[in-house]
Write a protein that binds this ligand. Sequence first.
Ligand code: ATP
Ligand code: MG
Length: 614
Amino acid sequence: MRYSRMLIPTTKEVPADAEITSHRLMIRAGLIRKLASGTYTYLPLGWRSLLKIIEIVRQEINQAGAQEILVPSMQPLELWQKTGRSTDYGPTIFQLTDRHGKGNVLSPTAEEVVTYLAAGEIKSYKQLPINLYQISTKFRDEFRPRFGPIRSREFIMKDAYSFDADPAGLDKSYKAMYDAYCRIFKRCGLRYVIVEAEVGEMGGSGSHQFTVPCESGEDTIVYTEDGSYAANLERADVDPLPKDNGRRLAGTPVVPVEVPPMQEVHTPNIGSIESVCAFLKTQPKDMIKTLIYSSSKDIHKKEIHAEKTKHDGRKFIPSHLHPVRDYAILIRGDHEVNQEKLFQLLGEHIELANEATIKEITDAEVGFAGPMKITQKVSKMIIDHAVAAMAVGVTGANKTDYHVKNVVPGRDFPLEGDNIIVTDIRYAQEGDTHNGKKLLFKKGIEVGQVFKLGTKYSTKLGAKFLDETGNEKPCLMGCYGIGINRILASAIELGNDKDGIIWPITIAPFEVIITCVNQEDTNVAETAENIYQQLLNKGIDVLLDDRPLRGGVKFKDADLIGIPVRVTVGQKSLADGNAEIKLRSEYQSQKVPVEKAPDKAIELVNLLKKQLKA
Ligand code: ATP
Ligand code: MG
């Protein structure tokens, strides 16, 4: 391609919402332009890179034995209702109603549709295993689209779905995808780590995330230094803290402290952890936060009932008439509740209860909840390990404007009982351990994830098969996603300097750029053209900068768009019969006789490619 004919609008202007390097460089190098919040147009250079990534993904996923299909992006809401995900997915799902009043979903992923397909087409174990995938546009109404293509509302995903007859088969299908992912990210030039992940909305039994460590990542990777454990923050299990028996005197055994009985303290209008700590001169780690949660659907129901009271004058329907699942969650003042861990524990989504529920359970205004005498008013009381390990703490008094001191877990509220669970429900933090080893933290971008789904979707959508003995069984499924646009952005996040992008050669928009420094000089122009033609003939992806501009401008653009190999043809070196060749990643250039320039460029291209072989 000739630069003079291409749309490569490099620019110095970067909008304020471009917070991270990759986003800024994608705009500056003319790869993308924003259309609206979270949606981007890919210009020729950006799209060329995306196509290269897609090709690598396609080759490796085919190699792993999967078959490519394409399913509609607009999907009947009905299917999503069957699996419960029309509501479970929450407001992230784009929905629209057609002219006949039918509900539709703009696909954020495609488990429903592919399982529905399998339900119709798979009859016998003889057809298994099978893995179907697509590379297509996905839509998610992200709460906060940001970082350009990294968290956008419309993006390209490779999504694969495996169907197996038994657990051993699923393990094999999962492993095949896992291995293919390793090859894909290696070939794309990404440094990545694989971490245990939470299954979340997908359901199922196991999952791994492929994450590119970098400062701008939104995910947190938690790992041990020896590499024996790595998980994302949602998943990371922490060891229970040792029981704090009271004051320890150096060199002596632990001395249990006799804690005086609980004592109420007047804390008028003081609700938050910080203000209580300041007032009582204590620390967040000595506070017990008591949080009242309700299952998400109950919150909804209660609000509907409350509405009815308002409009038609009917009485509020008492809570025992519908299934109430309210929960008390106990966590130390300096810790944070991990919603994913709660979801895995309870099998349902829960959220902070509404004001009415909190008042009903605690007999107090919001901000003064405590664990004393409320066990019978909630479905379950879930106590974090770290709370159970406390010797003594401060908590709400279940009385407006009051807290209590000298609260001893196990003495003043139970740690055992039918509806009491003591377990790990918080996020890991600095100082925590896993299997006795110190946990470390690192930021990263999730580029792909693999899940063992089991039978969640096949059961609900009837994807069954007859086994060897003629018994009908649901298929065991796995699903496997890769964010194509995120690969592009993370590659730039990892490969850049102050002058611009430094591409991995495999996904660069071009492999070689020929910078013709004196376009007006016929000899120079013809030499550059000649090298260009030779490289084209050898199948090299080459861009000829034939614009009638100053050398300085061309070098700046070449650095900004980051093409890995640059061949410079200019009057000065040509006078000695030379061209100059330089890698984008290196400062030094080397002179080569012009007639050898094409071969030298090809040699460098091959060298760079070899480094990224899977
Ligand atoms: P996240 O936790 O970052 O929201 P996710 O875990 O919900 O992502 P998956 O459902 O696992 O995403 O989707 C598969 C892949 O699609 C992700 O690994 C990621 O690379 C990509 N992806 C997901 N959401 C977005 C988005 N909003 N913009 C761009 N890529 C995305
Ligand atoms: Mg994911």
